[in-house]
Design a binder for this molecule. Structure first.
Ligand code: DX5
Ligand code: ZN
Length: 215
């Protein structure tokens, strides 16, 4: 199981003044996806980047862009993020009123569709869109900032979602407070993609940090 886990460094913890260089560094360090946190100052209490920055990052790596949209409304911006070079586009179940439609829109643009759940949101909110998602993203912190502590309450939710996924072709991603120390518990609960911001970028060597989380 630990062999198969994918690591998605969150560029939220990178040096925004040298994003191209940072992308090349995590690519060479062996990451699987590039996790891109998009925040609007409304759905979450922070503002980050938009489609123009995603487009500017695109030539610097061939690795899939795993774009996590923490924005509400989300539908008016999905096409711009698709055109900018996203590979996976993830929307929050709590954002907007018609998530089924948002997921259909993402797939109609030829992209993989993800759905994310905030820590207080129950697992079964995704039950009736399981046929429209390629990835489920469990937030293990309240979204908005990197560097927060992992909420252990989410381990139970990860287990439940793993059981709900069964043999469907859906990736189960966990985002927030993931470290080399708690990664084995997160993987054991059923995650197959781990997002890591501060644990990759804050100190030391990116390759060693990614390898340590991968286990
Ligand atoms: C939080 C973001 C996460 C975060 C992860 O809103 O969605 O991707 O940047 O950072 P760490 O790993 O530092 O918790
Ligand atoms: Zn994220």
């Amino acid at each position: 199981m630990s062999q198969a886990v994918k690591i998605a460094p969150s560029i939220l913890s990178a040096d925004f003044a040298k994003l191209g260089e940072e992308l090349r560094a995590i690519d060479e360090a062996g990451c699987d996806y590039i996790h891109v946190d998009v925040m609007d100052g409304h759905f979450v209490p922070n503002i980050t980047i938009g489609p123009a920055v995603v487009k500017a990052m695109r030539p610097h790596t061939q690795k899939p862009f795993d774009v996590h949209l923490m924005i509400d409304p989300v539908d008016p911006y999905i096409e711009a993020f698709a055109e900018a070079g996203s590979d996976i586009i993830t929307v929050h179940v709590e954002a907007g009123h018609h998530i089924d439609r948002s997921l259909q829109l993402i797939r109609s643009l030829g992209k993989k569709a993800g759905i994310s759940l905030n820590p207080a949101t129950p697992a079964d909110t995704v039950e009736y869109v399981m046929d429209k998602v390629d990835l489920i993203l469990v937030m293990s912190v309240n979204p908005g900032f990197g560097g927060q502590a992992f909420l252990t309450s989410q381990l139970e939710k990860i287990k439940r979602l793993r059981a709900m996924i069964g043999d469907r072709d859906i990736e189960l991603e966990v985002d927030g407070g993931v470290t080399a120390k708690n990664a084995p518990d997160v993987i054991a609960a059923g995650a197959d993609v781990l997002v890591a911001g501060s644990a990759v970028f804050d100190a030391g060597d990116y390759a060693a940090n990614i390898a340590a989380i991968r286990g």
